[in-house]
Write a protein that binds this ligand. Sequence first.
Ligand code: FAD
Length: 318
Amino acid sequence: MKVTEYIKNSKGKAQVSFEILPPLKGGSIQMIFDMLDPLMEFKPPFIDVTYHREEYIYKKRPSGYYEKTSIRKRPGTVGICTAIMNKYGVDAVPHLICGGFTKEETENALIDLNFLGINNVLALRGDARKFESKFVPQDGGHNYAIDLVEHIDNMNKGLYLDSNIVNGLKTDFCIGVAGYPEKHFEAPNPKIDLKFLKDKIDAGADYIVTQMFWDNKKYLKFVKSCREIGITVPIIPGLKPITNMRQLTSIPRIFHVNFPEDLVDELSKCTSDKAARQVGIEWTIQQSKELKEAGAPVLHYYTMGDVKTFVEIAKAVF
Ligand code: FAD
């Protein structure tokens, strides 16, 4: 079923979903099942699986020279989605990114997804590769998430890159896109960022999942601003608890987000990661309860492989 159908059918009752990462190359599907087994108790209608772009690494050759090699550390998104759907009977939402794909490869990946019975995708641009100062699209690939949305929407209309295809199969993808309550870090201001978000919806996206945030007021203001410019699709809040002291600086650096003063004050009093984790969990539980109350359609948790924490949170909220 489509993400938007789950939301419609729940009649205003907030549902839960989890985002997981594929294991590092060399890992097994059992690692995914071990992670998901305890979360299934909360009956998530769908699970998101992230996609990771290739990275360049420098390998030292016997000659002493360094060789630039491209590797993908976390492959397997599509396989994991299929395995999840087969094992648990819940839907899986693969993330698709522009970076690293030509349009042709993107189209072929979407055909694979369609044949596998996967009809939800989260369409993203992706970030710059490590050691690159800005996002560089693949030669012959998409520049922005909106280009990917348009591509998928065309396939939903039976239009393929090869315009000679007539009466092509109309895929039926439900398309999610990313939104940023605190603005995407590259956008010059929130208004322009929102305009680009609206463009993605107008191009055919069906729902929005937000970047993680810790201040519900920011999410609620974001939803209000979206509604004011005519975005009517569901806006799913993305949540992640702080679980150690290092994240106070690493998360803002990596994800370009801010922590509210009250949360930072509480964390500053902690003398151990264990205490910080407790503060983080309690904060996310409180956030989740308020968002449920405020009518959020789904609470989407970024697990980043830390299942225990999310079992604690989901037990308190659902
Ligand atoms: P876009 O919507 O293309 O926006 C990127 C920037 O370009 C924004 O600043 C926007 O304002 C601007 N912009 C948009 N259109 C235009 C235009 N026409 N002209 C000029 N500027 C424009 N990354 C991964 O690699 N893998 C994942 O699995 C993944 N999952 C994610 C899940 C969620 C819910 C979120 C919020 C993010 C995820 N990301 C993931 C990170 C995401 O790829 C980055 O945040 C990326 O920098 C932007 O992606 P986007 O889809 O929002 O890009």
